[in-house]
Design a protein around this ligand. Structure first.
Ligand code: 6PG
Length: 244
């Protein structure tokens, strides 16, 4: 079965992927800020975003974007404190937010150090307070794991379970840990969703996700389908190797 999956851009290697992602994010922010006062960006964890953040925080992108007008959110978080090496917030802080000198009042992190269910409820309130009762992010950045997970929606439980909520705290069996994650409801309300993935270990999953039958229990990233927004996939050649 073939599905409409938005656009897929394949680039040479992980460095080119980070560049493509950083450029896409930068172009989107610049274009939107021509007509709006602020831009809401949900950040992701993972290796590709990390490299992209470093490029966004360096010339020329550093100087071309009205970073002071961007509001930073998170798509998912590990249940650790903000100084923990595992924290997605710490990664974004060290590679993007601090180098750009972003005002901490413009950064809305998930509180991984709190009790997970309470932290999820609190982040849902944050999203509603900052973005309205039906939060619509301007851009949600995502990655995809070799198992087809995205944000912290992992295989084995229905990613659409509890989709009435905005944020959940699923217990992920294979990690033996809780995670915090926005739900597909939030992802799919975004104006733009960008999924970036690199490496040969993603090739089988990417082909199954984009060309295989719909099976979000197995490949949660298949639920990504922004209703009124756009979806762009970026992959390096290794990740795209199993696609026809
Ligand atoms: C996280 C992420 C996660 C990530 C994928 C892909 O917190 O780890 O948000 O969903 O995007 O695991 O990660 P890589 O880009 O490192 O392969």
């Amino acid at each position: 079965m073939t599905r409409t999956v938005g656009t897929l851009t394949v680039v040479r290697d992980p460095e080119a992927l980070a560049q493509a992602v950083a450029t896409c994010v930068g172009d989107e922010i610049r274009a939107a800020l021509a007509n709006a006062e602020t831009f809401s960006l949900a950040l992701a964890g993972g290796t590709t975003p990390k490299a992209a953040y470093a490029l966004m925080a360096a010339a020329p992108l550093r100087d071309r974007i009205g970073w002071a007008d961007v509001r930073f959110f998170f798509g998912d978080e590990r249940c650790v404190g903000p100084d923990d090496p595992q924290s997605n917030y710490k990664m974004a802080h060290d590679n993007l937010l601090e180098p750009l000198g972003i005002d901490p009042a413009h950064v809305f992190r998930m509180r991984g150090e709190d009790q997970p269910a309470g932290a999820a409820r609190q982040y849902a309130q944050t999203l509603r307070r900052e973005l309205g009762s039906e939060p619509q992010l301007d851009l949600t950045m995502l990655g995809m794991g070799p198992d087809g997970h995205t944000a912290s929606l992992f295989p084995g439980s229905d990613p659409l379970e509890d989709d009435a909520q905005l944020v959940r705290a699923p217990y992920v069996q294979k990690l033996a840990a809780h995670r915090l994650t926005v739900t597909p409801r939030v992802i799919n309300a975004s104006k733009l969703v960008l999924v970036a993935t690199a490496g040969a270990e993603k090739a089988a999953a990417l082909a199954a996700v984009l060309r295989g039958p719909r099976d979000p229990l197995r490949y949660p990233v298949q639920v990504v389908a922004p209703g009124r927004g756009r979806l762009v996939w970026f992959a390096d050649r290794a990740a795209a190797a199993a696609l026809p």
